[in-house]
Design a protein around this ligand. Structure first.
Ligand SMILES: [Ca+2]
Ligand SMILES: [Ca+2]
Length: 257
């Protein structure tokens, strides 16, 4: 854990966060300005709590969600040699003995594969190892529908149509345009399949990654945004006037605990 001390007016608030931010110190000049303005310890505490929560969110390490963390199921009839559990068993190899989920021959050009998690995740990307015994098969157009723990679909605006790779052994990663929060289940909706030697759905493995610090969806809010929210327009406006024309780079001093 790393400790951060933020002095604001009458109070100094110590925060503990899992990962030290790269540049978290308030410049002495901005601190003086804040000190003059913020005489309420409650307001100062509220601001630092917000900063702390945001930093924790931003510095949560990106992680892969794969294998036993995913419970797959589908109504698509499987080839007995390639059951649905092989779509998330951690085996991505395309060498013999072959591994993956394949629909029964002559069926399963389209359909939905449900990928459930034991916990909620903030998803950043989807990783697809397409095709088994890679030739020119595997899924082609597909969509991802995201659901929360109440089984409600998370804003359909996150859904888009993706294109599976063809003739490619390496995985393809599909990075979403923003982190999708609180996902408990993803429906992989296969809209079409590449016509190869055998026309059917073939997927060796799937995985996801969770949120990243580089995503705009979890960026640190500007100090003025926080202050504007918590203190209200008047105080923030006064500060803006005082600081008008001056450029401050807000940084907070950090130290190891
Ligand atoms: Ca597999
Ligand atoms: Ca194949």
């Amino acid at each position: 854990m790393k400790a951060i001390n933020i002095e604001l007016g009458l109070t100094t608030v110590a925060l503990s966060i899992p990962v030290a931010p790269a540049s978290v110190t308030i410049s002495s000049r901005l601190r003086r300005q804040l000190s003059r303005l913020l005489t309420s310890t409650a307001i100062a505490a509220a601001i630092t709590t917000t900063i702390s929560a945001t930093l924790e969110q931003n510095h949560a390490l990106s992680a892969t969600i794969s294998g036993s963390q995913i419970t797959p199921s589908t109504s698509v009839t499987a080839d007995p040699s390639f059951p649905i559990n092989q779509i998330a068993d951690g085996i991505t190899s395309d060498a013999s003995p072959f591994n993956g989920f394949a629909a029964a021959i002559g069926t399963g050009l389209t359909g939905t594969i449900t990928l459930s998690f034991a916990n909620d995740f903030d998803l950043r990307s989807f990783i697809l190892w397409n095709d088994i015994n890679v030739f020119r098969e595997g899924i082609k157009d597909f969509r991802l529908d995201f659901f929360n723990s109440s089984n409600s679909q998370i804003s359909p605006s996150f859904s888009t149509t993706f294109l599976g790779p063809i003739g490619q052994v390496a995985p393809s990663e599909y990075v979403f345009n923003q982190v999708i929060p609180g996902v408990r289940q993803v429906d992989l909706v296969v809209l079409s399949t590449n016509p190869g030697v055998v026309s059917r759905m073939e997927i060796r493995e799937v995985a996801f990654t969770s949120g990243s610090i580089n995503n705009p969806a979890t960026s640190v809010p500007e100090p003025f945004t926080i202050i504007g929210t918590l203190v209200g327009g008047t105080a923030a406006l006064r500060m803006r006037k005082k600081l008008k024309g001056k450029v401050f780079k807000p940084t907070f001093r950090t130290s190891e605990k």
